[in-house]
Design a protein around this ligand. Structure first.
Ligand SMILES: O=C(O)CCC(=O)C(=O)O
Ligand SMILES: [Fe+2]
Length: 343
């Protein structure tokens, strides 16, 4: 289920009075502001709001839709190169990362993507209008999980990098005609027959690394993987991405087609026309997200969301790119080959 949380305006007014300045915008500085904001949330939120938000940990809750958070008084123009001075949107950034801290999630970023910055600006990029990525616009970005070429779980003999457990999108500036769409994996599976589900669990699929990776091993492809697996609690999780999964087998391609068709049914799509100060936080591998194509105006006022990835557990030192940034993960899978062999 998707939990609806509405923050009381009096609570927001109190938090705004205490809002810390965002002085250092490197990842460590962002985590500091996240921890101050989380402290303010703990002091101010009612027990009802707190339990609704912490309900994110319930096995049947796969997403939170939080409304009524604050935004900064003067929002700069939408940054069409994808780079913004985060100190100018300190409240949006602080609320995003603060909610992760409050819930106990660990914000992370993956080497090769977003210049190592925890906060990604999801904006139409002047040079990427035809890309299928968070910087694209004209083409529909079909249902997908993020970073599907990375291992789903960390249940190997040694720790490994894994795909994001969670993803949040915070609305800084709205385009009222563009929704952010969520589809629950369980809803898609309820439309498929048993045979198709069984095929999706077979290790007969190839998955390509997303276009948002611009450095490192950006053309990574993993092979002989299932699209569907079950986690330790028996929940289905997926590495589905309509644009990036393939199979060498007809039976595999038919299953991909059936899954894609089911994920595009109106009945399973939850549209969110997010206004500034609204946030979606969801379990990346149990929810698909998508966005229809749109035409940006490039007048400084186009749609602007900020995205943050999270992990349920603090990443092990061995999966970090370097020791001085505990959020920046190594994505060179050859560094984890030994344990992948056991996976
Ligand atoms: O809402 C969008 O533009 C898509 C964003 C997205 O899929 C992402 O940033 O992972
Ligand atoms: Fe995405």
């Amino acid at each position: 289920m998707i939990e609806e949380v509405s923050i009381h305006p009096d609570d927001i007014a109190r938090i705004c009075r205490e809002y810390p300045e965002l002085i250092k915008t490197d990842n460590n500085g962002l985590r500091e502001i996240g921890s101050s904001v989380s402290k303010a949330f703990r002091d101010i939120f009612s027990s009802q709001t707190t339990s609704q938000i912490l309900g994110f940990w319930r096995p049947d809750t796969v997403a939170l839709h939080v409304s009524g958070l604050s935004i900064d008084e003067h929002i700069p123009n939408t940054p069409y190169d994808g780079k913004a001075d985060l100190s100018k949107i300190a409240q949006c950034v602080g609320n995003s990362i603060g909610l992760h801290d409050f819930i106990g999630l660990h914000p992370v970023v993956y080497y090769g993507e977003n210049d190592g910055q925890l906060v990604r600006n999801v904006v139409p990029h002047r040079g990427a209008t035809d890309d299928v990525s968070s910087h694209g616009s004209k083409k529909t970005f079909g249902p997908h999980v993020d970073n599907p070429d990375l291992p789903l779980f960390n249940n190997y003999v040694r720790p490994s990098v894994i795909s994001p457990d969670t993803l949040s999108l915070y609305c800084v500036r709205q385009d009222p005609s563009v929704s952010t769409d969520l589809v629950l994996l369980d809803d898609v599976l309820s439309l498929l027959d048993n045979h198709t589900v069984e095929v999706l669990m077979m290790p007969i699929f190839k998955i390509k690394r997303p276009d948002s990776f611009t450095t490192g091993n950006k053309n990574n492809v993993i092979e002989q993987k299932p699209i569907l697996e079950k986690d330790n609690y028996g929940n289905y999780v997926s590495r589905f991405d309509a644009h990036r999964v393939f199979s060498d087998y007809d039976v595999g391609n038919s299953a991909i087609e059936a899954f894609t068709r089911a994920s595009l049914c109106d009945d399973v799509i939850n549209n969110f026309y997010m206004k500034p100060g609204e946030l979606l936080l969801f379990k990346n591998k149990r929810v698909l997200h998508s966005r229809k194509g749109f035409t940006p105006r490039f007048d400084g006022k186009d749609r602007w969301l900020i995205r943050v990835f999270g992990l349920y557990k603090q990443p092990d030192e061995s999966v970090l790119l370097c020791n001085n940034d505990t959020a920046h993960l190594n994505t060179d899978l050859s560094a984890f080959t030994e344990q992948l062999a056991y996976g």
